[in-house]
Design a binder for this molecule. Structure first.
Ligand SMILES: C[S@@+](CC[C@H](N)C(=O)[O-])C[C@H]1O[C@@H](n2cnc3c(N)ncnc32)[C@H](O)[C@@H]1O
Length: 197
């Protein structure tokens, strides 16, 4: 593995192992000063790879450590995939929870991460002066079809205020385009206007 990584990459470059397995590729890449991404579908990602790679950071002396004079250092982050946002036909997965759709929309709009543990509010946040809202899954407490997932003047009045442009996702709106424009609102319809990537 050391030889392959030496031939195929320079220090600081990214090594991707999309079948992380026991994590050997990532461990060797790390000791050789490469950055790395490991993807693993099995539970051993958490129970085996994560502790193994944590030991590498702490200076574990197995494998190529002695040859490379590995003393430890660096770090990594461990992420778990959330549930699928869309099904194979491009429809929103009906099981998806507000916080997962919110995280997806926030990333699609801003290119930045939003924790699924962030405060549950229809106002997802403000990015570069624009506020992003999501009306989904009865976030306003009204789960009827014509209820809180539709943007109306009444619903708008109950949303956290923002002095600037607003992007609002909802199932529909009864407001005219002129009215939306005059209020600085870009309305986006779920699910059609949600970008998959
Ligand atoms: C033989 S191991 C790979 C060894 C690894 N490359 C290394 O350096 O130690 C194959 C791994 O791929 C994982 N795997 C298979 N299909 C996958 C998928 N679609 N996404 C993520 N991991 C997958 C399996 O769970 C298994 O742990």
């Amino acid at each position: 593995m050391k030889r392959i990584i030496h031939i195929a990459s320079q220090p600081g470059e990214l090594v991707l192992d999309s079948f992380l397995g026991s994590g050997t590729t990532a461990a060797v890449a790390h000791k050789m000063g490469r950055r790395w991404i490991g993807i693993e579908m099995g539970e051993h990602a958490r129970t085996y790879c994560q502790p193994r790679l944590a030991k590498v950071i702490d200076g574990e002396q197995g494998g190529v450590s002695k040859t490379l004079g590995w003393q430890g250092g660096g770090g990594f982050r461990f992420y778990q995939h959330g549930p699928k946002v869309f099904d194979d036909q491009g429809r929103i997965n009906p099981e998806i929870k507000f916080e997962h759709l919110a995280a997806h929309i926030w990333f699609a709009e801003t290119g930045t991460a939003r924790s699924t543990r962030a405060m549950k509010s229809p106002l997802l946040g403000v990015h570069n002066g624009t506020a992003y809202y999501l009306l989904y899954n009865g976030i306003l407490g009204d789960k009827t079809l014509a209820g809180g997932n539709m943007l109306t003047m009444k619903v708008l009045a109950g949303l956290p205020e923002h002095d600037g442009p607003m992007v609002i996702y909802g199932e529909g709106t009864n407001m005219t385009n002129d009215r939306l424009r005059s209020l600085g609102i870009t309305f986006k319809k779920t699910p059609n206007d949600i970008r998959a990537r």
